[in-house]
Write a protein that binds this ligand. Sequence first.
Ligand SMILES: Cc1cc2nc3c(=O)[nH]c(=O)nc-3n(C[C@H](O)[C@H](O)[C@H](O)COP(=O)(O)OP(=O)(O)OC[C@H]3O[C@@H](n4cnc5c(N)ncnc54)[C@H](O)[C@@H]3O)c2cc1C
Length: 254
Amino acid sequence: MNNGSITNITKVEPWKGFKDFVVKKKVMENDDIFSLYLEPSDGSKVALPKAGQFIGIKIKTEDEAMKKVIRMYSLSMKPNEDYYRVSIKVVEGGKMTNYLLNNINEGDVLEVTAPKGAFALNKEKTDKPLVLLGGGIGVTPVLSMLYDVVGTREDIHFVYSLRNMKAECFLEDIKKYKNEGLINGTIFFTRPLEGEVEGKDFDIKGRLTKEWIAENLPLNGDFYFCGNKGFTELVENSLLELGVEKENIHFEFF
Ligand SMILES: Cc1cc2nc3c(=O)[nH]c(=O)nc-3n(C[C@H](O)[C@H](O)[C@H](O)COP(=O)(O)OP(=O)(O)OC[C@H]3O[C@@H](n4cnc5c(N)ncnc54)[C@H](O)[C@@H]3O)c2cc1C
């Protein structure tokens, strides 16, 4: 694994079906989100995703029921790394998330599809401000979009809405870019914990609203957002009501 420099310059064609990937690293990001860093078991290069795309994951097991479970996970790393990273929130009673958390460790092998999905950043559209919004674990694909373009263009707006610090995932990166003046970032904590301070740990207490969007985001921008159904509905409806053109609205929910 290469944490930083870009070594993957050869184009690798996406494969059909599943391919074996080894778990190189498993990191607990907080109490219920963990990241898996994956590399092809045969030592080949990864097929480069577009920022925002996801992979499908399947378990190699003799368990007939578990064998059939396939779940999608957005890639959460900068798209041109030589590994894939997925960041997964454990769901109560969830088959795949609990299996991965409890049974899969570094060195284990998973079956993985090539990156896919139409929710992907169009990097050529640079004439408009870029607005990225992530709700909860839905931050993963927009984070990848942010890593892809941060420092390469101006007028990037990033909005991250989450419960509080206990639910954070890569918040430090967003704060760093914001402090360096690379993005215009806003962090909403819907339920801050005691001791978490507005203006320091987060920017705004509560939920994102249409009024806030109208006052704080460039409505002539190109919008990409991901979160749960409630979050994406709120953002989509707000943007449409505020007159944003459909062609500038891109989203995915899970
Ligand atoms: C394009 C895409 C990208 C995604 N990216 C991410 C990502 O980056 N990170 C991430 O964490 N997730 C992501 N997801 C969601 C992910 O694919 C899984 O849906 C999620 O991890 C839950 O999987 P699971 O197998 O653990 O849960 P499941 O077993 O599918 O269960 C889901 C829910 O249903 C309930 N449930 C299950 N069975 C029953 C039953 N019989 N009766 C009643 N309730 C039941 C469970 O308790 C749980 O609440 C993405 C989804 C999509 C479509």
